[in-house]
Design a protein around this ligand. Structure first.
Ligand code: SF4
Ligand code: SF4
Length: 495
C-alpha cells in the first residue's frame, strides 16, 4: 500500500534482539498481587470488595467511577488481604489505592458474561462489553477503550489503525503477540470495525519485524478490509499522529484528536483484549510485558497477571546482573524511572528495563552549540532548542507559545543532541509547572467567583429587606389613612 513521508525521527539502536526471539511465557504465581485502582487515564476505580473477602478470577473488584474510567477485576482467585495505599508504578514513587490479593492457587473463575456474536451485536453492545471488561489502551496511553469505541456514533470515521509499530528500543511484547496471537488481533480489529461502523482497518508494523508482518498477513488474508502495512523503522513511528500521517497522508492538526481526521488508533494488544472480551467474556486481567536490558540476566516476554510485582518479573528472568544503572517502566525513550521493585504491573505497562551503565550514561551536559540537530529530529516540526531556552529563563508561557503543548515528549531531540542536553526533561518540567500554575489560577478564579457570588447574594438580601421595609411602611401609612378616614366618617355621621 502507498505510504506517506513524515518529518524528523531518529534511529536509536534497537536492542530488540535481546528479547524478540523469546516466546511469550507465563510466570509462577506471585505470593501477593497488588492491584492498583488507578490503571487508566481518568478517574480511578472504586473498590467494591472488603478485606477478608474471597474473590474469584475475573470477579469485579473495583468499579469505574465516571465516564472516563475503567473497572478492575481480580487477576486470580484468592483472598483480599488489604485495601489501602501501596507503592504505585509511577515516577513520583507515591502510593495509590490498591487491593492486595493472596492467591489460593485454584485459579477458579467467576461466572463470566456470555460471548457476544460480533455479527449480530450492536456497536453499543460491543462498547458496553469492552467497558465492562475494563479494557484500556495497552500501548501505554491507558485511555479507556470503550470511550474511543463509542466515538463511532458521533464522528465520521473512515479508518481504524492498529498500532503494531512498537518503535521503542528493547520492547518486543507486541512483536511476540503479533507472531503468536495474530488471529485474536485480527478478530479484535474486525470487532472494533463493527462497533465503530468503520469500513477499513490498517495494521501498521515497523519493517524490522518481518515475522510479525508475515503472521499478521496470514491471519488477515480472509479479511479483505484489513490491510497490513510495513512502515519504516524510525522512532517515534508508534506515536499516534506520526502513524496516521505515514499511513493515510493526513496530518492531524496540533491540539486536535485523530478522530477529527476521521481516524482512530488502537494498539494491537488492545485489539486482542477486545477479542477476548467479546468472544469469551474475559475481562482484562493479564498482559504481555517485555523484561529486558543489559542488566537483566535472561531477557524475555512474560504474560503477567495485573498486580504482579516487578521483582517477580525480574526473578522470572533470572534476576539482575549486578546493580542496574537505571530501572524503567516502559522503553528507554518515553519510559518512567522505577524506584521500587515492589511496584506492580498495570494494564498500560509494556516493559520493564534494567539498563547497565554503558546503556544509560550519555556523557556530561555541554552548552548548546546551535547545531539544530534537535530541530531536524523533531517529528512535530518544533524547535526544541527555542523551547529549552525559554524554559531555562523561566519564560514558560513563551515556551507554550512556541509549541510546548504540541510536543509529544518523544525524546528524539534529547537522544540526538550532541551536547547531551536533556531537552525532554525540560519539557516535562515546564508542562508540570504550567499545569500547577493552571491549578492555582483555577483555584483563585473559583475563590473570586465565590466572593463575587457572596457579594451579589448580600446585595440581593439588602435590597429585599429595603423593599420589605418600604412595603411595611406603605402598608402602615395606608392603614393609618384608612383609620383616619373611618374616624372622620364616624364624626360626620354623629354630627
Ligand atoms: S541538538 Fe543540542 S546542541 Fe544542537 S541545537 Fe539542539 S540543543 Fe543545541
Ligand atoms: S520531545 Fe518534543 S520537541 Fe523533542 S523531538 Fe519529541 S516532539 Fe519534538
Amino acid at each position: 500500500m502507498k505510504l506517506f513521508s513524515i518529518r524528523g525521527g531518529v534511529h536509536p539502536s534497537s536492542h530488540k534482539s535481546l528479547s524478540s526471539e523469546q516466546p511469550i511465557r507465563a510466570i509462577a504465581m506471585p505470593e501477593l498481587l497488588h492491584v492498583p485502582m488507578r490503571q487508566n487515564i481518568g478517574a480511578p476505580a472504586e473498590p467494591v470488595v472488603a478485606e477478608g473477602e474471597s474473590v474469584l478470577k475475573g470477579q469485579l473488584i473495583g468499579e469505574s467511577a465516571g465516564p472516563v474510567s475503567a473497572p478492575v477485576h481480580a487477576p486470580t482467585s484468592g483472598t483480599v488481604t488489604a485495601i489501602g495505599d501501596y507503592i504505585a508504578p509511577h515516577p513520583s514513587g507515591l502510593a495509590g489505592l490498591t487491593i492486595t490479593i493472596a492467591p489460593d492457587g485454584r485459579e477458579a473463575w467467576a461466572e463470566l458474561p456470555p460471548p457476544l456474536d460480533p455479527e449480530t451485536a450492536t456497536g453499543q453492545e460491543i462498547a458496553d462489553r469492552v467497558r465492562e471488561a475494563g479494557i484500556v489502551g495497552m500501548g501505554g496511553a491507558a485511555f479507556p477503550s470503550s470511550v474511543k469505541l463509542g466515538l463511532g456514533t458521533s464522528r465520521q470515521l473512515h479508518s481504524l489503525i492498529l498500532n503494531g509499530a512498537e518503535c521503542e528500543p528493547y520492547l518486543s511484547a507486541d512483536d511476540r503477540l503479533m507472531r503468536e496471537r495474530s488471529e485474536g488481533i485480527v478478530g479484535g480489529a474486525a470487532i472494533m470495525m463493527k462497533a465503530l461502523g468503520i469500513p477499513r482497518a490498517i495494521v501498521a508494523i515497523e519493517d524490522n519485524k518481518p515475522e510479525a508482518i508475515a503472521a499478521m498477513r496470514a491471519a488477515a488474508s480472509g479479511h479483505g478490509a484489513i490491510e497490513i502495512a510495513a512502515v519504516p523503522s524510525r522512532y517515534p513511528m508508534g506515536s499516534e499522529k506520526q502513524l496516521i500521517q505515514v499511513v493515510t497522508g493526513v496530518e492531524v492538526p496540533a491540539g486536535k484528536l485523530p478522530a477529527h481526521a476521521g481516524v482512530l488508533v488502537h494498539n494491537v494488544a488492545t485489539a486482542h483484549a477486545v477479542h477476548d472480551a467479546v468472544r469469551f467474556g474475559r475481562p482484562l486481567i493479564s498482559r504481555v510485558v517485555t523484561v529486558s536490558g543489559g542488566a537483566m540476566a535472561e531477557p524475555g516476554n512474560l504474560e503477567v497477571l495485573i498486580g504482579t510485582p516487578v521483582a517477580d518479573m525480574i526473578s522470572a528472568c533470572g534476576g539482575l546482573k549486578g546493580t542496574p544503572e537505571q530501572l524503567l517502566l516502559g522503553g528507554p525513550m518515553m519510559g518512567v524511572p522505577l524506584h521500587d521493585k515492589a511496584a506492580p504491573a498495570i494494564k498500560g505497562n509494556n516493559g520493564v528495563l534494567a539498563l547497565s551503565r554503558s546503556e544509560v550514561n550519555p556523557g556530561a551536559h555541554m552548552p548548546c552549540i546551535r547545531c539544530a540537530d534537535c530541530v531536524a529530529a523533531c517529528p512535530c516540526g518544533l524547535q526544541p532548542l527555542e523551547m529549552m531556552i525559554r524554559i531555562r529563563n523561566e519564560k514558560l508561557s513563551e515556551a507554550a507559545d512556541v509549541g510546548l503543548y504540541d510536543c509529544i515528549l518523544c525524546g528524539a531531540c534529547s537522544w540526538v543532541c550532541p551536547s547531551h542536553i536533556p531537552l525532554v526533561q525540560y519539557f516535562n518540567y515546564a508542562r508540570g509547572a504550567l499545569r500547577d500554575q493552571d491549578i492555582v489560577k483555577q483555584h483563585q478564579d473559583k475563590l473570586k467567583g465565590y466572593t463575587q457570588r457572596r457579594e451579589e447574594r448580600l446585595e440581593r438580601i439588602a435590597r429585599a429587606k429595603e423593599e420589605a421595609r418600604k412595603a411595611r411602611k406603605a402598608k402602615m401609612a395606608a392603614a393609618k389613612a384608612a383609620k383616619a378616614k373611618a374616624a372622620a366618617e364616624e364624626e360626620a355621621t354623629d354630627a
